[in-house]
Write a protein that binds this ligand. Sequence first.
Ligand code: PLP
Length: 402
Amino acid sequence: MTLPPNVYDAEPIPDTARAEIDRMLQSGDLFRYTAPENAPVALLEQEFAAHLGSRYALAVSSCSAALFLSLKALGLPRDARVLIPGFTFAAVPSSVVHADCVPVLCEVGDNYRIDIADFTAKLDNVQAVIISHMRGHTSDMDAIMELCTARDIPVIEDAAHSLGTTWAGRNIGTIGRVGCFSFQSYKLVNAGEGGIMVTDDADLVARAVIMSGAYEHNWAKHIDGDDTALRDAFAKWQNRLPLYNLRMSNLSAAIIRPQIAEIPRRVRDGRTNHDHVAALLNTSPWINVPQPLGPEQRAPDSIQFNLVNMSDDDTRAFAQAAAARGVKVQVFGLSADNARAFWNWQFLPEAPGDLPRTRAMLMRACDARLPARLTRPELDVIADALLQAATDVMGEARAYGT
Ligand SMILES: *Cc1c(COP(=O)(O)O)cnc(C)c1O
């Protein structure tokens, strides 16, 4: 019999990282600006930008740091209003507060995607937008880009959990003005901690590079070849911006670089795993896994689903029954102090309003990890435990004809 798998462990780091890390341990060369050129962090930036098809990449200490620097690099004034989804991780409103701006929350539907009507209604009063592709679910990027372009509102993509996702064939994170990714251990590429931002905008990246901690003329180590637009932008911003020191260490880059080649396999396996479990869960009358939008190709490493016709008590009982069967599920709106429930963001400078659709979704939306390394029998054990947990709570008979 297959037991419920450990879903928290990450994959081993590719063996090729070892030689490079050994070299660094020997030389002590851990700082990105020590070497005159080709530091591991600089090479990671070139490789990651090439992987996504972006002109520039800047590696930093976390995705939160990348979001913060993106807002600062846009030159938003103090108290600028930034529209974010009501369903995201607390790091997103936190980055807005850190940048001295005010988060404005818009509704998210029960398919975990931005409610475009509410988004449109709130757009005229904001100066920037962060689209958080929460758990890799992609909102309607065609509608969002059209609405924002018409109003000249910059779009930052929080693609922390969306590496490998595409929208109409384009890489998520390359559609807005800037895209931010995370290398924290629960994301597709794992360095423990780390983040990176990508953009085609020379002025924006020059500002972000300086503020990330490229003091004096260290910005020169970010120029690949003969990029005069970038060189001019650095010259323009020299000495004019504060240094926040959010740099990445060479050690992190050495752990990340060999994982870039693993991305396509992880994406492929994660999607196959997810779709297999989703099809099984959708056979239950008590469970609904929302469909992706048409142009979206997902890269999931977890599954989200809504409980149907269950009360709050049924929902709690479902999570308990699943745990008793060896599968841990979090209900975003019911677990105490959950960082993805907007009513727990009590640090917001302005009350977020009621957001009834988002709230209703959070009270029934469940989250279970589904890492790409799981085998088919392990996936079946997880799906079976969840299906049985729903039956434990709601009963077999009530599933039919009542
Ligand atoms: C993980 C995550 C973040 C934060 O990333 P860090 O690298 O830990 O700062 C932000 N947004 C989303 C959607 C995430 O999943």
